[in-house]
Design a protein around this ligand. Structure first.
Ligand SMILES: Cc1ncc(COP(=O)(O)O)c(C=O)c1O
Length: 379
């Protein structure tokens, strides 16, 4: 079946008891056993829940994987992936990641004994140079957040495997509709479902998708043992939202391309970071491994003062730290998503105080542009 058909139907059989077409929200925390010792699919909702299971099946199918796991947040999903590693293992991570991932690596996983080297993953020689005999994972985001740099998924998969390491990819920005890392050689795909997958800014969640049965068994043990599972209601919300993922992503793509062009033509905007510009160094690669350029655009206003003026003047766009909702969301990465980065780390990523990031929403694009136009007028 096609992607859109799977997004609506996969893992969502009509309820055998009632014929309900939509998967019910199974709030029950316990499932009665008919007989002592009897094996049955559900026993206790932390370990398995029918609503969550429907979502996990659908997500795995959309990511071209075999096994999906839904978590209470994106960072819980990232944490579960990192705890596949052992104390003393080394990880090579992109130097332009979501700030919360950086915080998790630096403030939690380091104390737990993980060794970490950051590298510019757009430069394969630098990635390879960062590998050690103890490297067990290469962890990347592409496009990166918020600089929108593109990393070669297939090349990273090949490199990681040559060093007996796993390739983990945070696919939150793209969603499986636009990019499927497992098809390009990744071993683990991670999502903050809070963003495009849930898509309506009304739920926090995360997911891990893998194909390998051994990896799946480990993730299942971590999910069940640590217990940071997605609730039945939130699972249902994401499942419902997935049905419109393709149409939403098409519109996000279309609106973002128009907004990026608009920003490029504004004299008050110093630079625009968008993978859909032919002049972007990652453009050809983006065309190869993505089927659209996505809904995210970052732009440089020139100074903290200018960023304050623009963000403070917005009337339609929400000024907030998230992305992927139906509404347009402008964020200031330095004080929001990337506030845990040190100034040196920020400088290395090219992240300035004047940078704003827009998650281009589904409103009429003229209205989004009108809001940005009037806000830029404050500079
Ligand atoms: C790319 C990316 N990955 C992971 C996360 C973390 O997700 P959550 O906020 O759902 O824990 C975020 C949050 O902004 C993100 O942007």
């Amino acid at each position: 079946m096609g992607f859109s058909t799977d997004a609506i139907h996969f893992g969502q059989e009509h309820d055998p008891a009632t014929g309900a077409v939509i998967v019910p929200i199974h709030f029950s925390s316990i499932f009665a056993q008919k007989e002592l010792g009897e094996g049955q699919p559900y026993q206790y909702s932390r370990t398995g829940n029918p609503t969550r299971a429907a979502l996990e099946k659908c997500l795995a199918q959309l990511e071209a994987g075999r096994h999906g796991f839904a978590f209470a947040s994106g960072v819980a999903a990232i944490h579960a992936s990192l705890t596949l590693l052992k104390t003393g293992d080394h990880i090579v991570a992109g130097d332009n990641l979501y700030g919360g991932t950086y915080r998790l690596l630096e403030q939690v996983m380091k104390d737990w004994g993980l060794e970490i080297t950051y590298a510019d993953t757009t430069k394969l020689d630098r990635v390879e140079a960062a590998f050690r005999p103890s490297t067990r994972m290469l962890y990347i985001e592409t496009p990166s957040n918020p600089m929108m740099e593109i990393t070669d998924l297939s090349a990273c998969g090949e490199l990681a495997h040559r060093h007996s390491a796993l390739l983990a990819v945070d696919n939150t920005f793209m969603t499986p509709y636009l990019q499927r890392p497992l098809e390009c050689g990744a071993d683990i795909v991670i999502h903050s479902t809070t963003k495009y997958l849930n898509g309506h800014s009304d739920g926090i969640g995360g997911a891990v998708i893998v194909s390998d049965a051994g990896l799946a068994e480990r993730v299942k043990i971590i999910q069940s043992s640590v217990g940071a599972v997605l609730s039945p209601f939130d699972s249902w919300l994401v499942l419902r939202s997935l049905k419109t993922l393709p149409v939403r992503m098409r519109q996000h793509n279309q609106n973002a391309a128009v907004v990026a062009e608009f920003l490029k033509k504004r004299a008050k905007v110093v630079e625009v970071f968008y993978p859909g510009f032919p002049a972007n160094p990652g453009y050809e690669l983006a065309k190869k491994q993505m089927s659209g350029f996505g809904g995210m655009v970052s732009f440089e206003t020139g100074s903290l003062e200018n960023a304050k003026k623009v963000s403070g003047a917005l009337r339609l766009c929400a000024f907030s730290g998230s992305l992927g909702g139906a509404e347009s969301i402008v964020s200031h990465p330095v004080t929001m998503s990337h506030s845990s980065l040190t100034p040196a780390q920020r400088e290395r990523s090219g992240l300035t105080e004047g940078l704003l990031r827009i998650s281009v929403g589904l409103e009429d694009v003229e209205d989004i542009i009108g809001d940005l136009e009037q806000a830029l007028g404050r500079i």
